[in-house]
Design a protein around this ligand. Structure first.
Ligand SMILES: C[S@@+](CC[C@H](N)C(=O)[O-])C[C@H]1O[C@@H](n2cnc3c(N)ncnc32)[C@H](O)[C@@H]1O
Length: 255
């Protein structure tokens, strides 16, 4: 499939259009061969095409930014359900990377006031590129900072985050280990270091009755809900599986 997608990329056509093509110009064949070699060396497909699909979006991605994953699309869908019926809700995406969650929510709930927060100075350039021309506001900041977005204290309807959550020492596929930025991946000994600070920030920002949704690793489907319950600021703490049935994100309502 990756070979087909790379060939379609080289020819500037859709993957299905390849079925009706029976000629390959020499220059396209040469470019295709180079890309195949890079993919065989485990450069991510999305870095080679420069694009990553996310719900109804196609985001620009490349070195220095986390490639958005299909499983995160469900977290965006959950957040959009929470916004149903709200005319101009306030939404914050903590650790926005390519802007995937923030931009999908803004696109699918026009009227939402969405802020995308990103700490990494390289990644935020991709956030800005993707957010150009949208209504999403991009803010350089640390999601664990007690002074972040003080003007929104108690005013936010939904906080979403796909934070760094990989436990130190975990094995990763070469594509991830060598091409996703370290700041997007590693979350301390149990993977939940950044999440601990994120819970304080989200509790401060959300209005009573506002909702938090946080993605997590397969192995954190018990630990993260337990951490949220122990925090004391939340009710209705629930964990959700992804489409493959693996524990994927935790949601909670602000008391
Ligand atoms: C797993 S990536 C998720 C990116 C994007 N939200 C997505 O779902 O594709 C985590 C992102 O959080 C950013 N990040 C890590 N620690 C952060 C912090 N303390 N404050 C703000 N952003 C942070 C990383 O740079 C990275 O872009």
């Amino acid at each position: 499939m990756d070979a087909e997608l790379l060939l379609a990329h080289v020819l500037g056509v859709s993957r299905t259009a390849l079925l009706t093509m029976d000629d390959l110009p020499d220059d396209a064949a040469a470019r295709f061969t180079v890309l195949l070699g890079q993919r065989a060396d485990r450069v991510p497909l999305q870095h080679l095409t420069g694009r990553a699909p996310f719900r109804h979006l196609e985001l620009a991605v490349g070195p220095g930014v986390f490639v958005p994953r299909p499983e995160t699309e469900q977290l965006a869908g959950w957040a959009l359900e929470r916004l149903t019926g709200l005319r101009a809700p306030v939404v914050v995406d903590l650790g926005s990377g390519s802007g995937a969650l923030a931009l999908a929510i803004a696109q699918e709930h026009p009227g939402a006031r969405v802020t995308a927060v990103e700490r990494d100075p390289v990644a935020i350039e991709w956030t800005r590129t993707n957010a150009a021309g949208s209504t999403v506001e991009v803010l350089a900041g640390d999601m664990t900072d007690g002074g972040l977005l003080r003007d929104l204290d108690g005013a936010v309807d939904v906080v979403v985050s796909n934070p760094p959550y990989v436990p130190l020492g975990a094995g990763l596929p070469q594509e991830v280990a060598e091409h996703d930025p370290p700041l997007a991946l590693w979350g301390g000994p149990d993977g939940l270091d950044v999440v601990r600070g994120l819970l304080d920030t989200a509790a401060r920002l959300l209005r009573p009755g506002g909702w938090l949704g946080v993605e997590h690793a397969d192995q954190q489907g018990v630990a993260l809900p337990a951490l949220v319950r122990a925090h004391g600021s939340w009710t209705d703490v629930e964990d959700h599986p992804d489409l493959a049935g693996r524990p994927r994100y935790t949601t909670a309502c602000r008391r």
